[in-house]
Write a protein that binds this ligand. Structure first.
Ligand SMILES: [Zn+2]
Length: 121
């Protein structure tokens, strides 16, 4: 077996993951806020907006985009939680497919990576 990550290195990656997790949670909160606000605006004086169909179109597009962003963030959050679980289980840093060590360079760039570069292609 190739050498495992040192305890200190694991701690560093754990911190990276936790920081990233918090950042995403904050962003999600902000975006949910935005959605709630646009919904509130949309449910406002509908009569006043009825002759602004074009505006409503872009509004819908914007809302769709926001929900796409939100679902991408939720996916990332899921991956981060998975990585954090792997840290506690002692399997963090190993490719889930070939079980080889994932290069630290890659983990620094994508701490929640499940696969090494070869397997992810
Ligand atoms: Zn692999």
């Amino acid at each position: 077996m190739v050498k495992k990550l040192k305890k200190a290195e694991l701690k560093r990656f754990e911190k990276l993951l936790i920081d990233e997790r918090q950042k995403i949670l904050r962003e999600l909160e902000y975006e949910n806020d935005q959605i709630a606000r646009t919904q509130l605006e949309a449910s406002g004086d509908l009569a006043a907006y009825s002759n602004h169909m074009a505006d409503q179109g872009t509004e819908t597009e914007r809302r769709e985009l926001t929900s796409q962003i939100i679902s991408t963030r939720r996916d990332t959050l899921f991956e981060i939680d998975h990585a954090l679980r792997k840290i506690t289980q002692g399997t963090y840093g190993f490719c889930e497919q070939c079980e080889k060590m994932i290069p630290k360079r890659r983990l620094k760039f994508l701490p929640q990576a499940r696969l090494c570069i070869n397997c992810s292609q």
